[in-house]
Design a protein around this ligand. Structure first.
Ligand SMILES: [Zn+2]
Length: 365
């Protein structure tokens, strides 16, 4: 993880984009931050979004070369690789990933009252938590279909690989698949020329901020958002599909981390086959079998995933008990995860300020 100590500030959050010191355009400049909060860089250490016209990029490495006294002692860090460079296979050179400008993304982080996913989350968690979930995970509003959302795939360095545009039903929170499956991709809709899409995990930008936490991997972006609300002691990431980014290129960011896999019903075997690959990448992965072991046939045919179970849990013990009577498998689930109702304080990951305190099911393990 040390190589990701210095990262471009994730762009979700107020004031995370600045005027470029080179081309002087507004809201296009991302500064580097120290995730260990020891080094504060001057304002010109960062990267301009205008890769073609401006291409300004001053890395922490360059900064330390000029200011060796500011370099942290006894640390084994290395600066994030240069602009557009992402880890490449030594044997098979990979074309560098293309990115979407952060400004484009920021413009979508509004209009949540027209966003069906937000409306669904708001009905479950209230407006404040719903908005925090959307911003933390970088979920925007898309005009592609009325009510659509866009899940931005932001990588570990804060660069945007693409956005997955999807439509949910505001009442049920289920995906709209009729009369056709409502899924589209931002880079296609934007008609960006020669776009080299290299997908990353949805939520990957949260990894450097949550260094000590184990990672929980699910298929669906919506599930990652919801599970993160219930079980914030994990960093919840989504693969974006059955195969999504379960490949060496994308998995590399999880190297050295403890990872729990939560495959959807029926996908366990497929994910199990990825375990040797993960092991070879230094990922300590285990599969959580709850879905296949405990779900009954009705749930299976309904295609339940962990979010559907979590959504049955209300953050109130009395309600919880009645839910357990109604859904006995919840008790096993709660026991397995050693959950208990505790008070949780939430902080803004970018500023460290206290956002809210709420009762929550928590895992005190
Ligand atoms: Zn610039």
């Amino acid at each position: 993880m040390s190589e990701h100590r210095f990262i471009l500030q994730p762009y979700c959050g107020v004031g995370s984009r600045h005027t470029c010191p080179s081309c002087h355009k507004k809201r296009c400049f991302s500064r580097y931050i120290d995730t260990e909060k020891q080094v504060t860089f001057p304002d010109d250490v960062g990267r301009c979004d205008h890769e073609q016209s401006c291409s300004y990029h001053r890395t922490p490495k360059e900064y330390f070369e000029r200011n060796p006294h500011d370099k942290p002692q006894h640390s084994d860090w290395s600066a994030p690789s240069a602009r557009r460079a992402t880890p490449t296979e030594p044997t098979k050179p990979t074309k560098p990933a293309s990115f979407i400008a952060a400004d484009t993304v920021v413009q979508t982080l509004h209009g949540y009252d027209r966003n069906n996913l937000f409306l669904f989350l708001k009905s479950k968690f209230g407006p404040d938590d719903a908005e925090r979930m959307m911003r933390e995970y970088c979920v925007g509003t898309s005009k592609h279909w009325p009510g659509a959302c866009v899940f931005w795939q932001t990588d570990i360095n804060g660069c945007i690989r693409t956005g997955k545009v999807m439509l949910y039903d505001a009442g049920s929170g289920k995906r709209v698949k009729e009369p056709f499956n409502h899924v589209s991709w931002a880079h296609s809709l934007m008609k960006l020329p020669d776009y080299n899409l290299r997908q990353c995990f949805f939520g990957e930008h949260l990894l450097p901020m949550n260094r000590g936490k184990p990672v929980a991997l699910v298929e669906s972006e919506k599930t990652a958002l919801i599970a993160n609300w219930y079980l914030p002691e994990y960093v919840w990431l989504a693969t974006g599909g059955k195969n999504g980014c379960l490949n060496a290129d994308a998995l590399r960011v999880l190297s050295g981390r403890q990872v729990i896999l939560y495959p959807d019903l029926g996908a366990t075997e497929q994910w199990r086959q990825k375990l040797p690959l993960m092991k070879s990448l230094g990922i300590e992965a285990t599969i959580f079998n709850f879905m296949d072991d405990v779900a009954d046939d009705t749930d299976k045919s309904a295609g339940y995933d962990i979010a559907d179970y979590l959504l049955q849990i209300e953050p109130d013990q009395a309600v919880l008990q009645s839910m357990i009577r109604k859904y006995p498998m919840l008790q096993k689930f709660i026991d397995d995860l050693q959950l208990e109702l505790v008070s949780v304080e939430r902080y803004d990951p970018t500023t460290g300020t206290l956002l809210s305190t709420s009762n929550n099911l928590n895992n005190e393990k």
